[in-house]
Write a protein that binds this ligand. Structure first.
Ligand code: 13P
Length: 284
């Protein structure tokens, strides 16, 4: 199967009240662990790469690995750019075959974010590519995107309505108390805000920074309009944790297949757990 636009995957999720994982790829083991888990659970999948991951893996390697991964798959898969920082980066990803992009203009003032997102939407939609945008400012750190706690800003429902109307985006990442990376304390999600935003918008909403959010809170958010849940940190922890355990237990171990393979299995098991509680199992 070839890659599909993320809008197709999210439309069904939105109509049927479940969420699809936006799962980050950091290397080949991540890609395989994630796609194998999605295939075995018959779940649609959004594979996403940050600019940092593209730089680390290399654009050609990344795109061709993903093409190889989806060649014989029966599930719907979108390849999505996570936190695209500029029009140029986004155009490059579209040219290389991404079926979806996120333009993150959240660092700009509201009007500028609208103007720049609108330009991206115009170009992406002309070639059938989906666009996710961000409004408010999600805290924490994701590669080069770093937002101090004092600078994090919750999404305002009035602004969300105006933003979606003026830009025509397909999906909106909202700030309701989550943060990228490892949490310092227990995250407190603003469910009233989510309810208000969802009541004003028709499009799917996206929850970033979901790794440290308790399962029941993610489930609740999904029943309230979240249709895409991003996870990266949990898979990094699963992969690295397994490798650390194996190397600590056996100082003579040197064949990377003997620790990266189990690391990949650990990612796969985590992905299956997420798919189960996002509700996307058997929806491919
Ligand atoms: P985590 O750091 O919580 O895994 O979030 C990832 C994310 O939101 C990617 O955009």
């Amino acid at each position: 199967m070839s890659l599909v636009p993320m809008a197709d995957i999210l439309k069904k999720a939105n109509e049927e009240y479940y969420a699809v994982g936006g799962f980050n790829i950091n290397n080949m083991e991540f890609l395989q662990g994630i796609i194998w888990a999605a295939e075995e659970t018959n779940s649609p999948l959004i594979l996403q790469a940050s600019e940092g991951a593209i730089k680390y893996i290399g654009m050609d390697y990344l795109v061709n690995m993903v093409k190889a991964a989806v060649k014989d798959t029966h599930i719907s898969v979108a390849l999505h750019l996570d936190h695209g920082s500029s029009y140029d980066v986004i155009m490059r990803c579209i040219r290389e075959g991404f079926s979806s992009v996120m333009y993150d203009g959240s660092k700009y003032p509201f009007k500028q974010n609208i103007r720049m997102t609108k330009e991206v939407v115009k170009a992406a939609h002309s070639v059938g590519v989906t666009v996710e945008a961000e409004l408010g400012k999600i805290g924490g750190a994701e590669d080069d995107v770093k937002v101090e706690d004092k600078d994090a800003k919750f999404t305002k429902p009035d602004e969300a309505e105006e933003f979606v109307e003026k830009t025509g985006v397909d999906a909106l990442a909202i700030a309701i108390g989550t943060a990228h990376g490892v949490y310092k304390g227990k995250p407190e999600l603003d469910f009233d805000r989510l309810k208000e935003i969802n009541s004003r918008l028709e499009i799917p909403l996206v929850l970033h920074g979901a790794s440290g959010v308790p399962e029941e809170d993610v489930r609740r958010a999904v029943t309230m309009g979240i249709n895409k849940v991003n996870v990266n940190t949990n898979f990094q922890q699963a992969f690295t944790g397994k490798i650390r355990e194996l190397l600590d237990n056996d100082p003579k171990l040197y064949d990377p297949r003997k620790y990266c393979g189990p690391g990949r299995d650990a990612i796969k098991a985590k992905v299956k757990e997420k798919i189960e509680f996002f509700g996307s199992k058997n929806r491919a």
